[in-house]
Ligand binder design. Structure first.
Ligand code: NAD
Length: 732
């Protein structure tokens, strides 16, 4: 049997419990792991030869990465018809183990007990920081790469193994809020400065051993176990504390718009917990945690943002071909996208040849990396050496001969098939026969562009989003003839630059733009119908979209919208469905209101370019109708129009994996992250209700809402997308 924990007691009387999950680069906690830890704690507390205990990790550079999320799934499964009781009991079991560590066999009057210290060789996340929080003193190695904190909120849950209760009592609700509500992570020095840990030293194990052998009885009593404990910053019934909670509540609701259950539940756990003794607070935390785990939004977020995102990053859909990691990449076009692609490649240690029409233009693109690194240096996130190392990897040129030796080309020149074909041909004359050629086009079909190449099997789309250094999604597009090596090359490249890939087939607008354009268009359509623009924008935000459709079109620019509309119309002819949308944006373009960059669009902007309110002139042309639709109606129009496009992409085979559809939607264009993505959202609604809503929307607003055959069939069979298409990923 494999063991996660081992214990050894030295002649000095210190029992060292070492966590070392077999077969993993970082420790993760499992049910069996908890059982073993519990057993060793019991044994060490009972053994008279043991004077103190140190819990540490056998992994170099880390303590633990968190909980094995299957633990949570298992607790739910074990509960059968009553998952709430089972989850609650499971969490209370974890609390009792950690509380045992914290009390360390002290009696009710805080007498007796053994000092327990925790040693963090590096990264300590989630349960990997909740265990240390239960210990009496935390020692960390001076490892600036280490990340310490409680990131649970990022995947739709909150720290539920006492982290919420302990950290808010340790720091006070206000000081704990960035770590709890934003999942802020810190390196050891910052963690110490913030009071998350106690010591940072070169040899934390020696320091911890020394500490447990010399600790005084008072050193091992937690403040909340002392008589007269008061929460730092004041409890909710204290005037100062009261204001903290009023502010936090407003902040949480402002930020989450009420659609993320975890943040609200966590705040309730902190507030209610602060009113009662510690052990009752843990029970309250466990209740709220249970309620969050049972909320479909939380399981959908964990599934998409944690499990499936990681699976895609690790190559879930990578063809079985040998390692294709990129050594030297040629980037064509040093504009906005080319400069960004150069930056992320150089940061990943890849040699880059950046080519533009003139050497000056190419140098300007290279200077983008210098500027980015300078900002990093100013914020102490980078060093001058790192900047030099990145710049040394980039050659700026206008000479195609410099591309010799590149094993991947990423083309980001003007969005014009003729220009693209010309550069493709020029490149192929200078690179070796194995070089893969990728285009970053956002609208042109890959199969058509591949015609410029003599080896279309080596031609592929690698579609980045802007700004490249910030956007985590990369859409890889297979042309009709794209081969497996090209797909593997693109995936290995995306992995090198640490982004998340999805792989789709070639079709108009691929996947992401195909879904986001209808969202923007639906917003504009509603303006033309006389729906209040404020209602449209707020409805979008209240359903969890990061930007309303009108703000989004202002950001991406009205002229880009006009350009795409013209090109789409030319390609589709009579079948073109968006005349009503064009009327509005063509008029705005005529008015010179090109969006944010022109400081005028659907919104007004001040002299500094800061967005003000919606432009009042809109109402003169499109008066707001007396009767307005309900909030839900507007929200359903805005979400269904995207989700149905995702379903059609699946039906047509553009999308091959719904996990990619969900992860891509959240990372690519911010599709209501609380829902887990469009397929998860439809599963939460249930296919029968979704189909019913489609019928009603189609009747009221037109065939773009017509229920896809696939969804109809699933509604009749009462099926869910994750059961039908990704059963292995259904239970998060
Ligand atoms: P851009 O206009 O900022 O940059 C294009 C660059 O290509 C310019 O520096 C130009 O000098 C250079 N160039 C043009 N013809 C060339 C030639 N024959 N040889 C060498 N260099 C040449 O454009 P961008 O926004 O960076 O977009 C580039 C590509 O990326 C387009 O295909 C676009 O559709 C796509 N894209 C853009 C975005 C975006 O948000 N801007 C997002 C995804 C994809």
């Amino acid at each position: 049997m494999t063991t996660d924990f081992t214990m050894e007691t030295g002649a000095d009387g210190v029992a060292i419990i070492t966590w070392d999950t077999p077969g993993k680069s970082m420790n993760v906690m499992s049910i069996e792991g908890f059982r073993q830890l519990d057993g060793f704690i019991d044994a060490a507390l009972a053994d008279e030869a043991v004077k103190g205990i140190v819990i540490t990790s056998g992994k170099a550079g880390s303590f633990a990465g968190g909980m094995d999320l299957n633990v949570l799934a298992k607790m739910r499964e074990d509960g059968g018809d009553d998952p709430a009781s089972s989850i609650f009991a499971g969490i209370m079991q974890i609390h009792s183990i950690l509380r045992k560590i914290e009390r360390a066999a002290m009696d009710d009057r805080n007498k007796g007990g053994k000092p327990i210290a925790c040693v963090l060789p590096g990264t300590a996340l989630g349960i990997g920081f909740e265990i240390p929080l239960a210990c009496h003193r935390i020692f960390a190695a001076d490892n600036p790469k280490a990340k310490i904190g409680l990131p649970e909120i990022m995947v739709g849950i909150f720290p539920g193994a006492g982290g919420t209760t302990r950290l808010s009592r340790k720091l006070g609700a206000m000081a704990a809020s960035p770590f709890l509500l934003e999942g802020k992570l810190s390196d050891p020095k910052k963690a110490k400065a913030a009071g998350l840990i106690d010591e940072v030293c070169d040899d934390p194990l020696a320091a911890a051993k020394d500490w447990v052998l010399n600790a005084k009885p008072a050193d091992i009593v937690k403040p909340w176990d002392e008589k007269g404990y008061k929460m730092p910053g004041g409890a909710p019934y204290h005037p100062a504390g009261f204001m903290t909670f009023v502010g936090a509540s407003a902040m949480v609701n402002g930020k989450t718009k009420g659609v993320y259950p975890a943040a609200k539940a966590m705040l309730s756990a902190v507030y209610e917990g602060a009113l009662v003794p510690f052990d009752t607070a843990l029970r309250i935390e466990a209740r709220w945690f249970t309620s969050v785990l049972l909320n479909p939004s939380s399981s959908a977020m964990i599934r998409s943002l944690f499990i499936n995102k990681e699976a895609l990053e690790k190559g879930a859909n990578r063809p079985q071909v040998p390692d294709q990691r990129v050594k030297k990449v040629g980037v064509l076009g040093a504009g906005m996208m080319g400069a960004g692609i150069t930056l992320v490649s150089a940061m990943a240690g890849i040699e880059v040849v950046l080519l533009d029409q003139s050497k000056e233009a190419a140098e300007k693109g290279r200077a983008y990396t210098a500027g980015y690194m300078d900002k990093g240096i100013a914020r102490k996130k980078a060093t001058p050496e790192k900047k030099e190392a990145a710049l040394a990897l980039i050659t700026a040129t206008d000479d195609y001969a410099d591309l010799a030796g590149c094993d991947l080309i990423v083309e980001a020149v003007f969005e014009d098939p003729k220009v693209k074909a010309e550069v493709t041909k020029k490149v192929l004359a200078h690179v070796g026969p194995d070089c893969i050629f990728a285009t970053n086009t956002s609208t042109l079909p890959i199969t058509e562009l591949a015609k410029a190449s003599s080896s279309p099997e080596q031609f592929i789309g690698i579609h980045f989003f802007s700004p490249v250094e910030k956007m985590m999604l990369v859409e890889i597009i297979k042309g009709r003839e794209t081969g497996q090596v090209a797909v593997a090359k693109a995936l290995d490249f995306v992995r090198q630059i640490r982004k998340t890939p999805i792989v789709v087939n070639d079709a108009r607008f691929f996947y992401a733009n195909r879904c986001i354009i209808p969202y923007i268009n639906e917003g504009i359509r509603m303006v033309a119908e006389g729906v209040s623009p404020a209602l449209i924008e707020n409805a979008a935000k209240l359903v969890g979209m990061p930007l309303g459709p009108l703000q989004l079109v202002d950001e991406t620019s009205i002229d880009l919208g006009v350009k795409i509309a013209r090109a789409t119309k030319a390609a589709m002819g009579d079948a073109y469905p968006d005349g009503a949308v064009d009327e509005v944006i063509f008029w705005l373009a005529d008015e010179g209101r090109m969006g944010r960059k022109a400081a005028a669009g659907f919104y007004d902007y001040d002299d500094k370019g800061k967005r003000q309110g919606l432009w009042e002139g809109l109402a003169a042309k499109y008066p707001v109708a007396d009767e307005q639709p309900s909030l839900t109606e507007v929200q359903h129009r805005l979400l269904f129009v995207q989700a149905l496009e995702a379903v059609r992409a699946l039906e047509e085979g553009v999308l091959e994996d719904i996990r990619e559809g969900d992860v891509g939607a959240i990372l690519g264009w911010g599709f209501a992250p609380w829902s887990g993505g469009p397929f998860s959202w439809l599963d939460i609604l249930g296919a029968p209700y979704a189909a019913e809503r489609c019928d009603a929307l189609a009747e009221a607003h037109g065939p773009r809402f017509a229920c896809p055959e696939l969804l109809r069939e699933m509604a009749e069979d009462g099926e869910a997308f994750y059961d039908r298409f990704a059963p292995q990923a259904a239970a998060a």
